[in-house]
Design a protein around this ligand. Structure first.
Ligand SMILES: [Fe+2]
Ligand SMILES: [Fe+2]
Length: 468
């Protein structure tokens, strides 16, 4: 799954934070607003009850208490008032009589107001028709102007009665709901604006410079040029750019050092390879001198092998191996006694058998090594007297069972030997050599190699004359 970007993480956290903050604020606002509204409605209920109290007192003083229902009906007709009633206490009933039936309503709420002498409020703002019921007790007081004790034969502080009032809260609830909706709208608009603003800020000050920094870092490393740290607006990105410059500079320096070391190693490796090549060649020359063979036979065999290997299509490395290994083809002759090796004229059958051992001696000298050059040299020393038709020595291998190195050196060794004077024979003319090689096509020599040599004879003759 793809990882979220800095922008996505920041915006998600910001959204969650702002939503929680605004919800908390809304809940606090709602509760406070409800409390304040309820207090206002309670104060209204107390004010109306004061009016009722004053009205009833004035009726009493004017001795028109019998007309009080007209007054109460007017109060009842006020917009907010659902219902208004008065309740007489036992003391008032004892002094003035029971009043009419409505003035006897006495439930557990009014009982609480009579017992405590304090107003009792009951709020119902859940129903479809919300209301506030208030039972406000009248306490006997001698304080002017409403001196109750002038008419009532009770002690000061006695509860004379109560106003039982019910106010309609429908309008109040509608206003509350509208106000909260407005606050909610403003809050969420505010959140939206904050999120948009943050989106743009992150885009401009984080995401764009970060992408730019990544791109410039790649370019800086490839082009070996530092990033311009001053172009970043934020301090943090400027610092990162400077750090990247330090790091890139160090990495480039180390890379250059490694490249120089690699170059030196390459030179050293080539030097070692050339030294090895010359050492092997020198070993071949030592053998050549001991055998009193014609000068430069080893060098020409090396060049011919290299040329024929290339014509045959061997890979470059194998042509190199062939050129380095072919000088050692007769190294085994170092193990042949001088009396046989240097004998002028034809060898006896017994002497010839001894002479043939130089292949096995050469192989045993070289085959102990695991180095590819010496492995190749061992193969050549072992197989350069094998014949394509299987009548050669020492193993009597035939055709492609003879390694290609062995087949190549067999042909070029004979080609060079025939063209030069040896202690046991005279030098042959070129037509005779060519005739012999053609005659042995498929006999002593690999037919494909014979064809290649004949086709490219000019190039072989160039080598022959150059290293005469
Ligand atoms: Fe040989
Ligand atoms: Fe040779």
């Amino acid at each position: 799954m793809q990882k979220p970007t800095i922008k996505q993480i920041t915006l998600k956290n910001l959204m969650v934070f702002l939503m929680l903050l605004s919800l908390t604020t809304l809940v606090i606002l709602t509760l406070n607003f409800r409390n304040i509204s309820v207090r206002i409605m309670e104060d209204k209920a107390l004010a109306i009850s004061e009016v009722v109290k004053a009205g009833l007192t004035s009726h009493m003083r004017a001795k028109i208490m019998a007309k009080r229902d007209y007054f109460l009906a007017e109060i009842n007709a006020l917009t907010l008032v659902n219902n208004v009633a008065i309740i007489r206490s036992k003391e008032v009933t004892d002094q003035f009589g029971a009043g009419h039936w409505r003035e006897k309503t006495y439930d557990h709420v009014t009982q609480e107001a009579f017992q405590t002498g304090r107003p009792v409020f009951i709020l119902n703002d859940i129903d479809m028709e919300p209301y506030l019921r208030a039972i406000v007790p009248f306490i006997a007081s001698s304080t002017e102007p409403l001196n109750c004790l002038k008419c009532h034969e009770v002690e000061e502080g006695t509860v004379l009665g109560a106003v039982d009032l019910e106010l309609d809260l429908t309008e109040y609830r509608d206003v509350t709901a509208k106000l909260l909706a407005a606050i909610g709208f403003v809050t969420f608009s505010f959140i939206f604006l904050i999120v948009i603003n943050n989106f743009r800020t992150i885009q401009r000050y984080v995401q764009e410079p970060l992408n730019s920094l990544i791109k410039k870092t790649e370019q800086a490393y490839q082009a070996h040029t530092p990033i311009n740290a001053d172009e970043f607006e934020c301090l943090e990105f400027e610092h990162v750019a400077r750090e990247i410059n330090l790091f890139t500079g160090e990495a480039i320096h180390r890379q250059e050092v490694i490249e120089q070391k690699n170059l030196a190693l390459e030179v050293m490796s080539k030097e070692i390879e050339r030294t090895l090549q010359e050492t092997l060649f020198t070993m071949g020359v030592i053998e050549e001198h001991r055998s009193k063979e014609t000068n430069n036979h080893t060098l020409r065999v090396t060049k011919y092998s290299q040329l024929l290997g290339s014509k045959y299509g061997l890979p470059e490395r194998e042509v190199e191996l062939l050129a380095m290994a072919s000088p050692l083809h007769d190294i085994g002759k170092l193990g042949i006694p001088d009396s046989i090796l240097l004998k002028p004229g034809k060898l006896s059958e017994q002497e010839y058998e001894v002479m043939k051992n130089h292949c096995l001696i050469g192989y045993s000298m070289l085959s102990h090594s695991k180095r590819d050059v010496l492995q190749a040299a061992a193969i050549i020393a072992h197989q350069h007297h094998e014949r394509w038709d299987g009548s050669g020595y020492p193993q009597g291998l035939a055709g492609e069972n003879i390694h290609i190195y062995g087949r190549i050196v067999t042909l070029v060794d004979v080609f060079d030997a025939l063209a030069t004077k040896r202690i046991y024979k005279e030098k042959w003319a070129l037509p005779e050599i060519v005739a012999y090689i053609k005659k042995e096509r498929g006999g002593q020599f690999d037919p494909e190699l014979v064809d290649l040599l004949i086709q490219n004879l000019d190039e072989f003759l160039v080598i022959k004359h150059r290293y005469h």
